[in-house]
Structures are given as structure tokens and as C-alpha cells.
Design a protein. Structure first.
Length: 411
């Protein structure tokens, strides 16, 4: 697929590097068209390196090839991320004073914009009027989401995460590509019911504190979106997730989202969803322990250092494996720290033997790896510890690799 990615002058431009990389990794031809202001945030060298194509902002380059028109007419999909308030205004007015503006006027392809700006700018009447005008012309708007903004403020205006933009854009484009597959073209999971867990559980200590973990919920949500895009009906049981992570799932017509908090609630939600599922994928990061007795009031410093009596939480994956029906596939996830690849494989094999899931997805995590990021790096094992596949890249790429392994496993 020929994809034009327009980048405009907002700090969120750095996130668009991940979007371009994911598109290229999965076989798309990507041409980045930045504005001059965008290059103040991320330079042309970076865009050329990740897209593997030359980058310019000028309509006067490659004139003999009429590049300023050819990009728009050749595009199967146009994504503008981030889309600043200024860019939305220019789009609404049809202003074409640079290569991106000309490309947008020349294209008949679906156009997806991911707005990013301060809350006050997003909520301004002029911006809302421009958004309404663009929507009326068929432009698809993804986000923005509510979250932390540059400068310490928070509110609606934060750009949607790259994986969610990508998922929404590919659904809109109605084009299937191996690795990121749209259900209307492939449907290799059509007719299946899937249960997926995501996020991190929170075990209360008192009314204001809890035991938890750093899971963002992105990987489980990516698995749910990938399954739904490939035709499955999905129940996504979501514990705590980062702001905006569930936005695309909540809009997807084939995904039902159930919110939970504690490990006990997650166990109940997944057990219920698994009873109707052909495939169960346990991605959520479950707290191994909870306090034996939750304090009814806040634990205060003047009362001294508290002593927490911890008790183990239920092993949800083991329970799902024990209760699986004939023909049902259960997939587990194992986040592991390891100093070497050999150690990671060995830890994965021990867990595969202990859990008994049909497939175990082993991913390396560390302080700056796995959790909270947009990329992942995994091994997929069977119950005997045999490595069936490896995948790395965006969490959507990893999700499709997992579903490929599931399909290979089914009769």
C-alpha cells in the first residue's frame, strides 16, 4: 500500500517516527511529507532513514516527475500525525502553500488526521468548526485523547498513540496487508470468538494506595484490535491501562470492553469470557500478591511503618488452562527479565512446562523495555518449549504474529 504520512509542527512528531517505522516494517511504501515547522522537531534525515524515501517540503523539487501531484494521486492512504491547529485550519480552507497542502488537494485516498495541540486550542470554536468542516468532507479524525501535555498541563489534545492511529487508519483504508490485516479483506479469524485480557491489576492496600505494575495495556489492546480486524468477535477484559490506550477498542464494532481492577475481578471476567471463547489470550500483568486485609482508612505516617501481610493471588492462566474445552486454544504471556537470550529461553521453557498453555508468548522486559513502550520483542513457544516463531517491532506487529501462530495451531 502506498501511504503518505504528513507531519506537522508539533512536539508529538517524534511519535510519528514509530508510526512510519511500523508501516514500513509491515511492507507498506511510505512517503513522509513534513512541513517546514515539523522539521524543527524531527529532521529530514530521520524521516528518510525510517521511510527509505527522500523527503522534501517543497513543490519545486522533482518537478519533472510532477511529484507535488503524483504523491496525492498515487496514495492509497494519507495520515496526518500530528495534525496541528494551524494545519487543520489550512486543510479546512483548502490552502496549498507547501507540498503537504498540495498533496492533500490532489488525493482521492482516505485521509486520517490525528490532532495534537493544547487543550485550549483544541476546544477553541475555530478549531471545532474546522474539524466539523473536515468531517463533513469525509476526513477521518482519530483523537485527540485526554492526557498529559507538554509544559505540565493535562486535558484533551494529546495525540493518540501510534499503534491506535495505525489500527484506525488501516480499518478506514479497507486494505489488507500481511502483518497488519484488515478483516474485510482477509477475515482469517472470522467466525471465532476471542477473549483477551490486558493492563495491570491493582491490589488495594488502603483507600488511596495499591500494589500494581507498569503495564500500559498496549499489547493486549493491540491483540484485541488485530483479532477484530481479522474478523473475530472479541471480549477485551481490561484492568488498569494508560490514558487513550482503549480508545480504538471502544470504537471497534467487534470488540466488547469489560473493565476490572483487581486480580480477583480479572479472574472472574476472564473465566466468564472464556466460557464462550474459541481462543483465550491472557496478556494482563497480574499482581502475584495482595494484602490479606485491606485497611479501611488511610495508613498514616504518624502510625509508623506499616507491616503488609501478603497472600498469593490466584493463577488465572493456570485456571483457564485447567478449564479449557476441547478445541479451545489458550495463549499465555510471560514477561521476563533476563541477562542473555539463552536465559530468556530457559525461563520461558520452565514457565511453558508449568502453565501448560497451548502457546506461551515470552517477552523480555526491563526498566526501559517491554512495559510502557510502543515496541515489543517476543518468542512464541508451544507447551513443550519449542520455539515456533519470533517477532519484534510495534505491538500491533507482535499481535499479528501471535494470531498467525494461533491460526497455525488450529485444525
Amino acid at each position: 500500500m502506498f501511504v503518505v504520512v504528513g507531519v506537522t509542527g508539533g512536539i508529538a512528531a517524534y511519535k510519528t517516527v514509530h508510526l512510519v517505522r511500523a508501516l514500513v516494517t509491515n511492507g507498506h511504501e511510505v512517503h513522509v511529507v513534513p512541513t517546514e515547522n515539523a522539521l524543527r522537531f524531527v529532521g529530514a534525515t530521520t524521516w528518510e532513514a525510517v521511510s527509505r524515501h527522500p523527503v522534501t517540503t517543497s513543490v519545486h523539487d522533482d518537478v519533472s516527475e510532477v511529484r507535488h501531484v503524483a504523491l496525492g494521486t498515487s496514495a492509497d492512504l494519507v495520515i496526518i500525525a500530528p495534525a496541528t491547529a494551524n494545519t487543520l485550519a489550512k486543510m479546512a480552507a483548502g490552502i496549498a502553500d507547501d507540498l503537504l497542502g498540495v498533496t492533500l488537494l490532489a488525493t482521492a485516498a482516505p485521509v486520517v488526521v490525528a490532532p495534537a495541540m493544547h487543550t485550549a486550542m483544541w476546544e477553541h470554536a475555530a478549531t471545532q468548526a474546522n474539524i466539523a468542516a473536515l468531517r463533513a468532507r469525509g476526513v477521518h479524525v482519530v483523537g485527540p485523547v485526554d492526557g498529559p501535555l507538554t509544559g505540565g498541563d493535562a486535558g484533551p489534545g494529546r495525540m493518540t498513540e501510534p499503534d491506535e492511529i495505525l489500527s484506525a487508519a488501516l480499518r478506514i483504508s479497507d486494505v489488507a496487508v500481511r502483518g497488519i490485516v484488515d478483516a474485510t479483506a482477509s477475515g482469517d479469524l472470522s467466525g471465532l470468538t476471542v477473549a483477551v485480557s490486558t493492563g495491570g491489576t491493582r491490589e488495594p492496600i488502603d483507600p488511596v494506595r495499591y500494589l500494581g505494575n507498569r503495564s500500559s495495556g498496549r499489547q493486549g489492546t493491540a491483540l484485541a484490535l488485530a483479532a477484530a480486524d481479522r474478523g473475530a468477535e472479541v471480549t477485551l477484559v481490561a484492568a488498569h491501562v494508560d490514558d487513550g490506550v482503549l480508545d480504538a477498542a471502544l470504537r471497534h464494532p467487534r470488540i466488547t470492553v469489560a473493565r476490572v481492577s483487581t486480580a480477583a475481578e480479572l479472574q472472574e471476567g476472564m473465566t466468564d469470557a472464556a466460557a464462550r471463547a474459541d481462543v483465550v489470550v491472557m496478556v494482563a500483568a497480574v499482581a502475584d500478591y495482595r494484602v490479606s486485609a485491606v485497611a479501611p482508612t488511610k495508613l498514616r505516617k504518624e502510625d509508623g511503618v506499616p507491616s503488609l501481610d501478603l497472600v498469593p493471588n490466584p493463577d488465572i492462566l493456570a485456571g483457564l488452562v485447567a478449564s479449557r474445552r476441547p478445541g479451545q486454544i489458550v495463549v499465555g504471556f510471560a514477561a521476563e527479565t533476563a541477562s542473555t537470550d539463552a536465559e530468556l529461553v530457559e525461563r520461558g521453557r520452565r514457565k511453558a512446562a508449568r502453565k501448560g498453555a497451548d502457546l506461551l508468548v515470552v517477552n523480555r522486559v526491563d526498566w526501559d523495555r517491554g512495559f510502557e513502550g510502543v515496541d515489543n520483542d517476543i518468542l512464541i513457544m508451544d507447551a513443550d518449549g519449542e520455539i515456533l516463531a519470533e517477532a519484534s517491532g510495534s505491538k500491533r506487529t507482535v499481535a499479528d504474529a501471535v494470531w498467525d501462530a494461533v491460526i497455525a495451531r488450529r485444525p
